[in-house]
Design a protein around this ligand. Structure first.
Ligand SMILES: [Zn+2]
Length: 379
């Protein structure tokens, strides 16, 4: 995998900033001040923030590693929608190969996935939709009848395994076997609402996990952080009137699925528990840092989640073929630091992250490594 090609624009961008500073010095003026967002970020997360200056995949070797669970498996390759599909089994192969290449895979605690019980799918999705998915898949249809989601005969079953992988991770974190976990599962979930599957998504894995944590483990407040390129319209819709699940999303705007305006803040009991930060194409680490530091952190000081779920989409990385964001691997490391800080401050460190998008195979691999490398840092 040649990640150097993908990293090219980042290097050019970073060198450009340093060059501007040196040019200012040569002209006898002081360098431009450090951006406030960076300064505040380091102040906000203390010593851990200093480590964010290092490439994420180097950080895991510093200090005692956290116990981090990892859910994946060959079962997810059975959701096979053809060799030209963006959302393919090659994505999980790339993630696993990247973690192995960077020496992270051996440090993870393997958690076996399982098939989610239908009662947990029904806690989020309407029975008529679940039945539709089952029938569509069994019929051999190439596409889900509710939207543009490619399927095959095994897709209903594999979607149960995707949600079940998230539940297995939640169980291990709640049992204290691991402190946090990353689930490289598919199909992804954040576009799936209670009654409509769309955008590569069948069942909403993060939403099912949130309801499971509440009903099975008795937790009250759940935070779902979604840094995927796309707005998680399904997750927002499911919890829009529910103040017990806070949904935070950064996403390219305007862009598919055309939801996630800043004015969409929840309704009824859920008023104020949806926080959308739509960002223009071209946004990257500075804009994401500002959103996470200036918007999410203060909101969480008020909401005080009992558990943090991350809809970890890496199509927001620079070079992704489906979008125009420019988040770097170090940027994903810093975002991971922020969600870990929230988990530590409010949720006894409990965090489970679920793969959503990410369609450049080398980009996905290195961004997921940066994310997992940061998860492996000591508590
Ligand atoms: Zn996406």
């Amino acid at each position: 995998m040649d990640s150097r090609r993908i990293r090219g624009p980042e290097g050019a961008h970073g060198n450009g900033g340093a060059e501007a500073g040196r040019a200012a010095e040569r002209r006898g003026r002081p360098s431009p001040p450090e951006p406030w967002s960076r300064r505040d970020f380091l102040r906000g997360i203390g010593a851990a923030g200093v480590l964010a200056l290092r490439p994420a995949w180097l950080k895991a070797g510093i200090g005692p590693a956290a116990r981090v669970g990892f859910v994946s498996g060959d079962v997810y390759a059975r959701h096979d929608t053809g060799e030209f599909a963006y959302e393919s089994a090659k994505r999980l192969e790339a993630v696993r190969a990247g973690l192995d290449r960077d020496g992270l895979l051996a440090k993870l605690v393997r958690i076996e996935p399982r098939r989610a019980g239908l009662e947990w799918i029904e806690a989020v999705h309407e029975p008529v939709y679940i039945e539709t998915v089952k029938k569509d898949a069994a019929s051999g249809a190439r596409e889900l009848s509710t939207g543009h989601t490619l399927i095959c005969r095994d897709s209903f079953d594999v979607a149960l395994w995707a949600a079940g992988g998230a539940l297995a991770a939640c169980d291990e974190v709640m049992a204290g076997t691991v402190e946090r976990a990353f689930c490289a599962v598919r199909p992804p979930g954040h576009h799936a609402s209670a009654r409509v599957g769309m955008g590569f998504c069948v069942f909403n894995n993060a939403a099912v996990a949130a309801r499971y944590l509440q009903k099975k483990h008795g937790l009250g407040r759940i935070l779902i952080v979604d840094w995927d390129l796309h707005h998680g319209n399904g997750t927002q819709d499911i919890f829009y009137r529910d103040g017990s699940v806070f949904y935070f999303s950064t996403h390219q705007w305007p862009w598919y699925p055309w939801t996630g305006a800043a004015e969409e803040t929840g309704a009824g009991d859920g008023e104020g528990a949806t926080l959308n930060v739509p960002l223009p194409a071209g946004s990257g680490d500075p804009e994401f840092t500002e959103a996470f530091e200036r918007r999410l952190l203060p909101a969480m000081d008020r909401f005080r989640p009992d558990f943090v779920l991350v809809s970890a989409g890496f199509d927001s990385r620079t070079g992704d073929p489906l979008g125009r964001f420019r988040v770097t691997d170090d940027g994903f490391g810093r975002l991971t630091e922020t969600v870990l800080a929230i988990a530590r401050d409010h949720a006894s460190g409990r965090l489970v992250s679920l793969l959503e998008g990410g369609y450049s195979l080398p980009g996905l691999a290195s961004a997921a490594s940066a994310h997992v490398g940061t998860l492996l840092e000591g508590a």
